[in-house]
Write a protein that binds this ligand. Structure first.
Ligand code: RTP
Length: 155
């Protein structure tokens, strides 16, 4: 009942090229699934340069921006839209700190990565950005906002 009063949000989660190349896709998806979030969008996708630049436009002035764009477009990514109560902040916790050496064990980056520039996964930093990024990476028809049939723990 308490949870039903809380806001259902959406987060854009993306497995970066290193996560795909290293065979971590199943492990990463599994963590969000087991936590209790609902997968409403999923695809493997070769990101064009323009889309990477749009996604990371707030970081345009950073010295690492060109390398970041090169990294994100270096191979296919796995694009995901996840839905649930508090999914944005919770996903950031599951993902761990930006620098994997500072990420706690048990988090995706804490368990699976060592370099900031190779930190395997992206997660939206606010519900507003979750919506914006899902609209940026998915066509409308690619999202499936399904309703659980018998499982009362997923909403
Ligand atoms: P993300 O957007 O990928 O979820 O990462 P984040 O919020 O944890 O980190 P943010 O500061 O938004 O940076 C975006 C991504 O840029 C790369 N980065 N490289 N000093 C560096 O070389 C550096 N700093 C950031 C990382 O891939 C980071 O995830």
């Amino acid at each position: 009942l308490v949870a039903s009063l809380e806001q259902v949000e959406q987060s854009y989660i993306m497995i970066k090229p290193d996560g795909v190349q290293r065979g971590l896709v199943g492990d990463i998806i599994s963590r969000f699934e087991k936590k209790g979030f609902k997968l409403i969008g999923l695809k493997i996708f070769q990101c064009p340069k323009e889309l990477a630049e749009e996604h990371y436009k707030d970081l345009q002035s950073k010295p690492f921006f060109p390398k970041l764009i090169e990294y994100i477009t270096s191979g296919p990514v796995v694009c995901m839209a996840w839905e649930g109560v508090g999914v944005v902040a919770s996903a950031r916790k599951l993902i761990g700190a930006t620098n994997p050496l500072q990420a706690e064990p048990g988090t995706i980056r804490g368990d699976l990565a060592v370099q900031t520039g190779r930190n395997v996964v992206h997660g939206s930093d606010s519900p507003e950005n979750g919506k914006r990024e899902i609209a940026l990476w998915f066509e409308e028809g690619e999202l499936v906002p399904w309703t659980p049939v018998q499982e009362p723990w997923l909403r």
